[in-house]
Ligand binder design. Structure first.
Ligand SMILES: [Zn+2]
Length: 473
């Protein structure tokens, strides 16, 4: 007897099981065809009418097929007679089945599963729900994740309409708020950061075929986002019809402080990791430290470079955490600073421009010492100019090693902080700065965390964490 003719018993079982499932699925499909027949009476119907009819009924079909598969896969659970109480380990006897319908992306799925109740005060359980890893509530996580993906792109009302139109799954915008909140609750920078391996892979890709290690740029900056105070949650006093329509609270623009790591070469930027939150300097420093401590940035594989504006809190963190990094004072920020000085010192705008250009050229050539000396020798045109010149001297003195722009350029380092600015725009402004939108700090931060996850490529992982947490709860 040849090997090919030997068919194991388990294969026979598997194939006959599969055959039974197929039969049931066919039956289900037949039932669906009966439903489809009604809206399609006309033999000359257009394609649009056909697809419309199928579209309207498609969730019934795909949901129904899923229902049949689930019932087959878990037939043991559905006919289960006994279960152990998870708390006191008592043996419980099945009570009558209870029907439950859950919403998934492929349609509603109904399950009729036995109920077990522990009379020792432990309460009731559905072992089937656990076996199937059902999320609590009607809406399952596939729907929640897809809906959150839309909600992080546009205002909730708009997201809700678009999501319902495109998926055929109706959701209230309140639910959307809840899903976003539940998935994003407590997210930290490490939850949304790509793994060490993933970062190493992106670096390796960039390094292939090059003699020098790739430049990895760290940018740190703040972006103003509109927030509302917690007190806005309180109900307004007075009669509904008589109270003022305008809000009783004042919105406030607050700094969403963030950082971004990206790889750069002549032609392209490869994003690695962004983290933005409405937070103070210490919190930003802590987040940056977590990234460093987790070993996410392989400093020996890259040439690390930090490009930032002149804010001292930023450089304090850089010095403490990445002292070996190349430090660059953002060229455009520096230029703006020089312009302000020139404006108060020179009456003619031509002279002012000349001075700024000459100063930038000197910095570019690495002659910051000359510039500092020149500032010392400058005769202030006014008291205001004297102050500006003094401040400028301090500013350049503080950043004197961060301004040899020509040298950085030749080394392949960026001299402008465009990387973090585009992160500010794409992650913070695009979603949070909408007309009429004022965010509670915690809601704004949850939204920012999810948007960071999206750009960091970890959105799926965030939902896996959510799934895990639900399971543990
Ligand atoms: Zn019990």
């Amino acid at each position: 007897m040849g090997l090919a003719e030997v068919i194991s018993l388990s294969e026979v079982r598997a194939s006959s099981q599969w055959q039974r499932l197929r039969d049931d699925l066919h039956m289900r499909f037949d039932q669906w065809l009966d439903r489809l027949q009604e809206p399609l009476p006309n033999p000359h119907t257009s394609l649009a009418e056909v697809t419309e009819a199928v579209w309207q009924l498609r969730q019934e079909l795909t949901g129904g097929l899923s229902e049949t598969i689930v019932a087959h896969a878990h037939s043991g659970e559905l006919t289960r007679q006994y279960a152990r109480c998870p708390q006191c380990d008592r043996r419980l006897t099945a009570r009558p089945v209870v029907s439950r319908t859950v919403q998934t992306l492929v349609g509603p799925v109904q399950v009729e599963r036995p109920y077990f109740y522990c009379t020792s005060g432990c309460g009731g359980i559905y072992p089937f729900d656990r076996a199937l890893a059902l999320a609590p509530g009607r809406t399952q996580l596939d729907v929640q994740q897809a809906a959150a993906q839309v909600a992080i792109e546009m205002p909730y009302e708009e997201a809700q309409t678009l999501f319902s139109d495109l998926t055929g799954v109706a959701l209230g915008s309140e639910r959307l708020h809840t899903f976003v909140h539940q998935a994003a609750e407590g997210l930290t920078v490490l939850d949304v950061a790509p793994s060490r391996d993933e970062i190493a892979r992106r670096i390796e890709e960039m390094a292939t075929g090059r003699l020098r290690r790739p430049v990895l740029v760290l940018g740190i900056d703040g972006a103003y986002v509109p927030t509302r105070p917690e007190s806005a949650r309180e109900r307004q006093s007075g009669q509904r019809h008589s109270r003022a329509r305008r809000a009783s609270w004042h919105g406030q623009w607050r700094d969403a402080k963030g950082f971004r790591f990206s790889l750069i070469d002549d032609e392209r930027i490869v994003h690695l990791l962004s983290w933005h939150q409405v937070q103070n300097e210490e919190q930003l420093g802590e987040a940056l430290e977590q990234v460093k401590e987790a070993g996410l940035i392989p400093q020996d594989q890259v040439r690390l470079c930090v490009v930032c504006d002149g804010a001292s809190w930023i450089w304090k963190h850089v010095q403490a955490l990445f002292p070996r990094a190349r430090q660059v004072l953002d060229y455009y920020h520096c230029k703006e600073y020089l312009h302000k000085v020139a404006k108060v010192q020179y009456a003619s705008s031509e002279r002012a421009l000349e001075w700024v250009e000459a100063t930038l050229t000197r910095l570019y050539l690495g002659k910051v010492g000359w510039v500092l000396g020149g500032l010392r020798r400058m005769q202030p045109a006014s008291e205001e100019a004297r102050k500006a010149i003094d401040n400028c001297w301090v500013y350049l003195q503080n950043h004197r090693d961060r301004t040899p722009y020509g040298k950085w350029r030749r080394g392949g380092y960026p001299i402008g902080s465009g990387g973090i600015e585009s992160s500010n725009k794409c992650i913070c402004h695009v979603r949070l700065k909408r007309s009429g939108a004022w965010w509670y700090e915690c809601n704004g931060n949850e939204m920012l965390a999810l948007r960071c996850a999206k750009y960091n490529g970890t959105f799926d992982r965030v939902f896996e964490r959510h799934r895990q947490r639900l399971r543990e709860a």
